[in-house]
Design a protein around this ligand. Structure first.
Ligand code: F6R
Length: 641
């Protein structure tokens, strides 16, 4: 989705923001734009393309000014063109706005504002925010501060916006103002302290006579406002996570009084000042370099050995036991997620039943609302959400629906413990995978599954069931063994790169990996691919199979083995090229190509099957000239419904 960065402080804002936008480019990248405030005027540059392209074309990083806002767009309303790129500027040229989300009533607001004489330059929903701010009865720069309540004009204005938003507005005088509702927004603080005595700003008319109440005001040397902590983690590890309905204002205060900026945060519903907790962010978030790898996706595929063991062994034991108790107490468990995280949720269904005899349903997050009646139990239902980012709108929506329907507990597993999902859950566990920058989920998927093994085993122990032995200690070695075959997989990708469709057949829990493999091939290599229950081949899809077809058979030596071989023969008889993923030597003569996986505990096969398939999708992307880190049309953090 769109990314926001804003900066105010003593550094040049533009180069810092260009770098931050590149770091967040995984979120969306149709177009890019920056506005800075310099000499009491706004400078705005924006255009279509990715950050490095637009920067090279427009020299974004040489724009002057110590305050600015920046944005990468992932189009929802309005075509991908220069006009629709953010920032959007008010008619008087004194307010620029960047926005993430969707203003649902923008047509109505546009109509109202146009009647008042505002002229719109873009087709976006976001532009209404710039014009609404311009039409406030007091100008933003003149707004009072140092008070215990926000200017009513701004709270009234925010109440007019329906939908979801996080936005930041920059005035020509360098003031920043913004708000968050159902889209993430985080304020990074450079050298923060609390004020006891109110601001010394030229505009300060503190006449409330109550200095002691002013300690809500944070003072900083510099501040960063962003959609993701990755944008500013190299400058500060202290941050404030805005909650829904919160609005902030950042202003300069006099040079004599260091630190130099004040940050005030208010509740937009009643305008009351809020004292927010400052969160210390783990420095491992800063580990976002590609290192020796050509792409983040490849780096993240290679990190899976460690990611699996960290997810399994480093689970917070207190939270884990709370989750285990909640799962055992629930009369109905529904697991949800989107995309790859939904696949992990499906895997949880298998693991919970096989390892600890817990029954649960798995549903795609965007479908939860339509099936809610099925999932409300007899008084103690639990919703268990799986998400890498913890910011996926469909997942958060499912959580809110579950709350409205009195679900007893919301539990989640996330990769970002500071995310909205983690905050909105009664219990959450981190998968500890470290930042995943490539748009396609790779290490987060295997880490989710590893943590699900751990949860299942702990539930089993708590229920007095003997859990199976699962040798997770060997995961790094096993992953390494498969990565050693990368050159062979690259050759395979070359030989099948012109395929129109790829069918992945599997049975039982391996079907989840078939779905995941199909998703990776679609999003990374833009190839139509389908994960099919092997037994279903003869019920229809076989009609598509001929000598041009590529069939991947997931065929480890477990109870699914011989049934999958039967389906392989059916496809082979129609001339398909068969790629077998197996640890069995005896079946290799049936396949045209074998991707060997290690012999492991039966329940662990899915974890290792997926790795050569991720590599295959990655190399297919390269052979087909697709950028695996930034697939077209999709964003990593899907924060719109
Ligand atoms: C696929 C992929 C997406 C995400 C989905 C959910 O490779 O990355 O399908 O899995 O958008 O995202 P999270 O897990 O952040 O909720």
């Amino acid at each position: 989705m769109c990314s926001i960065i804003a900066y105010k402080g003593y550094r040049d804002a533009a180069p810092l923001m260009v770098k931050a936008l590149s770091r967040m480019e995984y979120r969306g990248y149709d177009s890019v734009g920056i506005a800075t405030a310099h000499n009491s005027a706004l400078i705005v540059k924006k255009g279509v393309g990715n950050v490095s392209y637009v920067n090279a074309r427009l020299n974004l990083d040489s724009m002057q000014g110590n305050a600015g806002i920046g944005h990468t767009r992932w189009a929802t309303h309005g075509a991908v063109n220069d006009n629709n790129a953010h920032p959007h500027v008010s008619c008087n040229g004194r307010i620029a706005v960047v926005h993430n989300g969707l203003v649902e009533n923008h047509d109505e607001l546009r109509f109202m504002l146009s009647k008042e004489g505002h002229v719109f330059k873009s087709e976006t929903d976001s532009e209404v925010i710039a014009h609404l701010l311009e039409s406030l009865p007091t100008t933003m720069d003149d707004m009072r501060h140092g008070y215990d309540s926000m200017d009513k004009a701004i709270t009234d204005m925010l109440s007019m916006l329906n939908g979801s938003y996080s936005f930041v507005a920059l005035t020509s005088n360098g003031m920043l103002l913004g708000a968050r509702y159902h889209e993430p927004l985080i304020i990074g603080l450079g050298n923060p302290s609390r004020s006891k005595g109110g601001g010394d700003d030229d505009n300060n008319n503190d006449n409330n006579g109550d200095d002691d109440d002013d300690d809500y005001m944070l003072l900083v040397d510099e501040c960063f406002i962003a959609s993701d902590v990755l944008a500013f983690i190299e400058y500060t590890d202290k941050a404030i996570f805005l909650a829904d309905g919160e609005v902030f204002v950042v202003r300069g205060i006099t040079e004599a009084c260091k630190p130099r900026l004040s940050i005030e945060i208010y509740n937009s519903r009643d305008g009351k000042a809020i004292v927010k907790e400052v969160t210390q962010i783990a420095w491992e978030f800063a580990d976002v370099d590609k290192g020796r790898f050509a792409h983040y996706t490849l780096k993240e595929i290679h990190e899976q050995g460690h990611a699996i063991s960290r997810a399994f062994f480093n689970a917070d034991s207190k939270r884990l036991h709370l989750l285990v108790d909640a799962l055992i107490d629930a009369d109905r468990i529904t697991i949800t997620g989107s995309g790859s995280s939904y696949h992990a949720a499906l895997m949880a269904k298998y693991l919970f039943s096989k390892i600890c005899m817990l029954r649960c349903d798995a549903i795609v997050a965007s479908e939860f609302t339509y099936n809610i009646d099925t999932y409300v139990g007899n008084g103690s239902p639990i919703l268990f959400a799986v998400s890498q980012s913890g910011e996926t709108a469909d997942v958060l929506n499912a959580v809110r629906i579950a709350r409205d329907n009195n679900f007893k507990k919301i539990a989640s597993i996330v990769n970002s413990p500071l995310s909205t999902l983690a905050r909105e859950s009664d219990i959450f566990l981190s998968i500890n995978a470290g930042p995943e920058v490539g748009v396609a989920a790779t290490k987060s998927f295997t880490a989710q599954i590893a943590l699900l093994y751990r949860i299942s085993m702990e539930v089993a122990r708590s229920k007095g069931i003997n859990p199976p032995t699962l040798d997770i200690e060997s995961s790094s070695i096993n992953v390494e063994k498969m990565l050693e075959r990368e050159a062979v997989i690259s050759d395979l990708a070359e030989s099948i790169k012109n395929a129109n469709s790829i069918y992945i057949i599997a049975k039982g829990m391996h079907h989840v990996i078939a779905l995941e493999c199909a998703l990776k091939l679609k999003e990374l290599a833009y190839i139509h691919a389908e994960g099919i229950h092997a037994g279903e081949l003869k019920h229809g899809p076989l009609a598509l199979i001929d000598e041009k077809s590529i069939v991947i058979a997931l065929n480890p030596m477990d109870d699914t083995y011989s049934d999958v071989i039967t389906s392989v023969h059916e496809a082979k008889a129609r001339g398909a090229y068969i790629i077998g993923v197996s640890d069995s030597k005896s079946s290799s003569s049936i396949y045209d190509f074998t991707l060997t996986i290690p012999r492991v505990d039966r329940l662990l096969y899915p974890l290792y099957e997926v790795i050569p398939l991720q590599l295959l999708a990655y190399h297919m992307a390269l052979k087909r000239d697709c950028n695996p880190d930034y697939p077209r049309n999709i964003a990593k953090s899907v924060t719109v419904k």
